[in-house]
Design a protein. Structure first.
Length: 442
């Protein structure tokens, strides 16, 4: 049979390689006896040389398996199945031409060029609805665009064709969760784990879902399983840390945050969460350092700037606190809390070079207008800004209004402080904040 090539597939092919090296002329009908003889020889070879479980396993990844199934080469159980032809599949050779456009789609998805990627996939699906990978890619596109209902539809179509793909069931669970279908989401990730009991991402999703449903013990259990299987699984460590912190297990929570800091890409979030733990423990210097680390990893981390400002203000480090409040205000220019904090420091800083009369009053008025004059803290700041501008009648009236609002509350400490400031304004004196020793040495 030298010089001849036989391909056993849905529609067998026979080529004379010497006369037709490009394999353009299928001779299976012209020379059926040769085709039968070569098929018999192929059966004999497979009977002797067919790969068995005992001969070892090739290393497969899920995506490669998915693509091979889509092209009709293998069935669902890729790792254990012997070489065979599935007559129910389209002829694989007819589908080889889809490989390049699907690779192109992968590249477009990576660069978030979703519109072009979707156009190619829709064309593939219209011509070959049986190609599961095209549905999978359409689902990935929809997830990237946060179109979760569309993603769930395509993942569902994919698993209808390939029901034994754990990755697809896991991602289907995510899509279901985002569309509010919590029970279906949990069922999907459980299905993924039934197919692959060592799938850390599925344990991570199941743990997070159960925590959000209030099943804390099972949520933590599944997250612990996830990090056991994948020690550098940053998202699972973060979720586990937050759950443990709610259980007041500070040291355990801090341990998992340190794991993220050492190995994961979510270090800004980990530093931020660790700072929150240290702040609650009144370890303010440590908290401030962790907030700074979070900002170093993510310079536009709004909450980190704001919380660092709060810590620094509580430590009377007003200049640095003002710096971070201003940076946070650039990111959230309509935040009443940030407007209030910036105005307070500008109006009450003991250093005359840092106090700003007009800016403090402008910002304080804006915050008061936004709150409709109904927030005693905002009115307290506005009164301080009036006093800083030597408008003491307005300061007295505004502080008095703030006290009236506080009469119906139990904020005794705040009431005492506000009365003390009111007395200063009645005497024609502005309020000035004390500062830390470090501020004096600047």
């Amino acid at each position: 049979m030298a010089g001849w090539k036989y391909i056993d597939t849905t529609r067998p092919e026979l080529y004379d390689i010497r006369a037709d090296p490009g394999e353009t002329n299928n001779l299976v009908d012209a020379d059926p006896n040769r085709a039968v003889a070569m098929r018999v020889r192929l059966d004999e070879m497979l009977a002797v040389d067919s790969p068995r479980k005992e001969s070892g396993r090739a290393v497969w990844d899920e995506q490669a398996a998915r693509q091979m199934r889509s092209l009709g080469y293998v069935g669902g159980a890729v790792r254990d199945q012997e070489l065979s032809v599935d007559p129910m599949q389209a002829d694989p050779k007819d589908l080889i031409a889809l490989h390049n456009p699907m690779c192109q789609v992968q590249g477009l998805i990576k660069h978030k060029q979703y519109t072009q990627a979707r156009e190619i996939c829709i064309k593939i699906v219209s011509q070959h609805p049986e190609v599961a990978e095209a549905h999978f890619l359409l689902a990935k596109i929809a997830m990237g665009e946060r179109k979760y209902a569309e993603a769930a539809e395509h993942f569902s179509q994919y698993v209808a064709i390939n029901p034994d793909d754990p990755m697809a069931h896991n991602r289907l669970g995510l899509a279901f969760w985002e569309t509010g279908q919590q029970d279906r989401a949990i069922a999907s990730v459980r299905r993924a784990l039934k197919i692959n009991p060592t799938f850390p991402e599925a344990y991570g999703n199941l743990g997070r879902f159960l925590l959000l449903q209030g099943d804390v013990d099972q949520g933590i259990h599944n997250l612990q399983k996830a990090v056991e299987l994948k020690p550098d699984f940053g998202v699972a460590h973060l979720a586990l840390a937050r759950a443990l912190w709610k259980q007041k297990k500070a040291d355990d929570a801090a341990y998992h945050l340190q794991q993220v800091i050492q190995t994961g890409p979510d270090r800004a979030e980990a530093y931020f969460a660790l700072a929150g733990i240290r702040r609650a423990q009144r370890r303010l210097d440590d908290a401030a350092d962790h907030y700074r680390q979070a900002i170093a990893k993510r310079p536009k981390f709004l909450a980190a700037h704001q919380h660092l400002g709060n810590v620094l203000q509580s430590q009377r480090k007003l200049t640095e606190a003002l710096e971070h409040y201003r940076r946070a205000l650039e990111l959230a220019p309509n935040s009443i809390d940030l407007l209030n904090n910036v105005a307070w420091i500008l109006a009450t800083h003991p250093d005359p070079h840092l106090r700003q009369t007009e800016e403090a009053l402008r910002i304080a008025r804006r915050a008061a207008d936004e709150k409709g004059g109904a927030d005693p803290s905002v009115l307290d700041t506005l009164a301080a800004a009036y006093a800083n501008a030597n408008q003491f009648d307005e300061a007295v009236a505004t502080a008095t209004e703030a006290l009236k609002l506080l009469d119906a509350t139990n904020h005794k400490a705040f009431q005492k402080q506000l009365r003390q400031r009111l007395q200063l304004y009645q005497q024609g004196q502005p309020h000035r904040e004390p500062i830390a020793e470090q501020e004096h040495r600047r």
